[in-house]
Unconditional design. Structure first.
Length: 349
């Protein structure tokens, strides 16, 4: 696969990434205090996160050849300005980012103690107020965009809520995008909300592709995908994928786990791709690996690449992401991933 010769995007087409945009403040603590006590913040990092933010930024880092647009809601505040500036620095169109004066920009305070787990304090803010009316699908089509990504379902209350007809705002937004000719791709968040399965089921018939992890696939379908020891059950993952297709997903279900990915597409044999071995000492942070995988899949779908090759490249993107400190660090240009994939094929082929 030769970039520039076999890609079809050129400067045409493009991807709109809609959904969560969050300002992340990562505080490194000297220790975790007991309730009512004080601890010192040794260091603070600030960045932009969230499903749509990570994916669209990763696509930019991959050197996606078409246009990229971010769509969502921000507060009319300094954090909102910060998000716009960060995305614009990556060459991403932010004209579809709506500013709301009644809500703050979504933000998370991440409390991290070195060598221990992290704790997240999240305020949904403007993300919670995103609705179907927040995005002008007609303008996406008129400007030549071809693919519409929405992430994350189950972390966008204004889109997830079911109405009296059993439909969600997400399902209506995706239906509008499909009818307008856009390829719709959706990701979920690993929520324990008891309404998870019903709200996801409402959106499935309007998804061309779902790109999710094994936990989300299990919760969306009621299938147990790991045994009591946490071991992945490949046959169960296959069952969950088939259930997603039966639930109405139009084209394909792509399920990724730390061990492997499964690509199920209507009319095709399932494709299993095993993950790359990454040494523990080379892993800086696992945050964002799933989004990196998703971004590479969107790249391949937009460009019409074969599914097996796209999956292999997506695993490479996730492996590189593990070596970065944030969700979007460590993502190389797509040409690097393609070359690495070729080298692997030559070594084992």
């Amino acid at each position: 696969m030769s970039l520039g010769e076999e890609t079809k995007g050129g400067q045409s087409g493009g991807i709109v990434c809609a959904g969560n945009f969050i300002v992340d403040r990562v505080h490194t603590l000297s220790y975790w205090p007991e309730q009512g006590n004080l601890t010192h913040i040794a260091h603070q990092d600030i960045g932009v996160g969230g499903g749509a933010a990570n994916v669209v930024t990763d696509l930019s880092s991959l050197g996606f050849p078409g246009r990229l647009s971010a769509a969502g809601c921000l507060g009319d505040d300094a954090d909102g300005v910060f998000v716009r500036e960060r995305l614009s620095d990556h060459g991403i169109d932010v004209s579809r980012m709506v500013s709301l004066d009644r809500a703050a920009t979504a933000h998370t305070h991440v409390m991290s103690v070195p060598g221990q787990s992290r704790t997240f304090f999240y305020h949904g803010g403007a993300n919670d107020d995103m609705t179907q009316a927040s995005i002008d699908i007609a303008s996406c089509v008129s400007q030549g965009y071809r693919l519409f990504y929405l992430g994350y379902l189950m972390l966008l209350p204004g889109l997830d809520k079911l109405d009296h007809e059993g439909r969600s705002g997400a399902s209506r937004l995706l239906e509008t995008a499909q009818k307008a000719g856009l390829l719709t791709c959706v990701d979920f968040v690993s929520s324990e909300d008891p309404a998870f399965q019903r709200q996801v089921e409402a959106a499935l018939p309007y998804c061309d592709y779902v790109i999710i992890n094994e936990i989300e696939a299990g919760r969306a379908t009621g299938v147990t995908v790991r045994d009591s020891d946490g071991v992945l059950l490949p046959d169960a993952v296959l069952k969950a994928g088939n259930s997603l297709l039966s639930g109405g997903v139009k084209r394909g279900a792509i399920i990724h786990a730390p061990e492997l990915s499964l690509w199920l597409e209507r009319g095709c044999e399932p494709i299993t791709t095993y993950s790359l071995a990454v040494a523990v000492e080379d892993i800086v942070s696992p945050v964002g690996a799933g989004d990196a995988f998703c971004a590479a899949v969107l790249y391949g779908l937009h460009e019409g690449w074969p599914s097996a090759r796209t999956a292999a490249v997506a695993h490479r993107a996730a492996a590189h992401c593990l070596g970065g400190a944030t969700a979007t660090d460590g993502i190389p240009h797509m040409s690097v991933l393609v070359e690495e994939t070729k080298e692997t094929e030559q070594a084992f082929g």
